[in-house]
Design a protein around this ligand. Structure first.
Ligand code: PEP
Ligand code: MN
Length: 379
């Protein structure tokens, strides 16, 4: 059960104290208050944890300070979409909007290798009007002898270049809770020239202690990858760990699932789940066509498989795209074979715009159809 208070309800109000006393006296239920400070108003929500089945929502709605009470299902309490639940499904970070209605492109390096490659990538993004990117500093590798990423050593020049080229958000994977502090420290030392979205990789989707750490901090939003060998439900529950700790600025990323049924692609592309994730939760949905397809296979129509997959995701309403690019894929230390080149950035962005326009047209088509059906039923 979620109790939503009137905007700007104050903790010092007598009515607030009265409500909290009432809740504290309830058996087997623990209230947890969540305060969202926005530019225009402060929103207070109280989550009742425990067995709420015998509680009377009308009685709680009787408190003047309460705007409404939402009964929620057991699953995805914070991130889920519940009946009568009108809480927003977007957030803003460093001037960039992440919502179930927007689209942001994060093209960039799978792994930071050299300063020159970072610089070349970011310059190209700036030249194409982009303000987001991906840059892997900490790389979780299947093979212990593979390049593990430059770690915190590369952060100063990555952040400095990002500032220079007007990048506002960098998606960056973390593999350990100490990485969060390292990123915060490097940002501080360089004068906060950019923002970071912490990425939880598919190998860590169920690393619950890491999720709790990323969830306890509210400074950085989190990009949560779907686990490659678990059900969608299990991955959504993992995302809920972040929110249950207090950080609900979470984007959920589909990146394919591991099975030989996906051959010859690296993973079986799972972008049909975009709609399901949006229906079940309020999270914006990202797609990672690079790690899903994992190669530069090209169809007879001349279009790369990875570009077809990107378009498929966008036409189905994806809200963010994570895509591997590299100035010299042959020299990349991680995932070179799936990377797109700088020369391909322009056509890629044009293709993205075509697919997005098609999605908007589809949305309007079904909106119109629903209105006409409604009118027919009313006659
Ligand atoms: C990545 O995005 O660099 C990555 C390692 O992805 P995933 O966790 O989906 O394999
Ligand atoms: Mn990769």
């Amino acid at each position: 059960m979620i109790i939503i208070l009137h905007p700007d309800a104050n903790k010092n109000d007598q009515e607030y104290q009265r409500l909290m006393e009432h809740l504290a006296a309830l058996p087997a239920v623990r209230p947890r208050t969540h305060i969202e400070v926005g530019a225009k108003q402060t929103l207070t929500e109280i989550y009742l944890i425990g067995d709420t089945s015998s509680l009377d929502s009308k009685e709680i709605e009787g408190f003047e300070i309460v705007e409404r009470v939402v009964r929620i299902s057991q699953e995805y309490r914070v991130l889920g979409r519940h009946k009568g639940d009108t809480r927003p499904s977007h957030f803003e970070y460093n001037g960039v909007r992440f919502g179930q209605d927007s689209l942001q492109i994060f093209a960039g390096l799978c792994a930071v290798d050299t300063r020159e490659h970072v610089e070349a990538m970011l310059r190209a993004l700036r030249d194409h009007g982009q303000v987001c990117t991906r840059m892997g500093a900490y790389k979780p590798r299947t093979n212990p002898y593979s390049f593990q990423g430059h770690g915190k050593d590369c952060l100063p020049y990555v952040f400095e270049s990002a500032g220079k080229y007007g990048i506002r958000v960098i998606a960056m994977e973390i593999v350990h809770d100490t990485n969060i502090e390292e990123i915060a420290e490097a940002l501080r030392r360089s004068g906060d020239p950019t923002g970071v979205m912490l990425q939880i990789g598919t190998r860590n989707t169920q690393n619950f202690e890491l999720l709790k750490c990323a969830g306890r901090q509210r400074r950085f939003p989190v990009l949560m990858k779907r686990g490659f060998g678990i059900t969608l439900e299990e991955s959504l529950n993992a995302a809920e760990y972040l929110a249950s700790e207090g950080n609900r600025n979470v984007v959920f990323c589909l990146r394919g699932v591991k099975t030989n049924m996906g051959d010859p692609h690296r993973n079986l592309v799972d972008f049909a789940h975009i709609a399901a994730v949006k229906r079940l939760t309020r999270m914006p949905v990202c797609i990672d066509p690079s790690h899903a397809v994992g190669s530069r296979g090209r169809a007879p129509d001349g279009i790369l498989d990875v570009l077809h997959a990107t378009a498929q995701g966008i036409i189905a309403g994806a809200n963010m795209v994570l895509a591997d690019f590299h100035p010299h894929p042959a020299k990349a230390l991680v995932d070179g074979p799936q990377a797109l080149t700088i020369e391909e950035l322009g056509p890629f962005l044009e293709d993205v715009a075509i697919a997005r326009e098609a999605y908007e047209k589809r949305r309007r088509l079904y909106e119109r159809a629903a209105t006409e059906a409604g009118l027919r039923n009313a006659v």
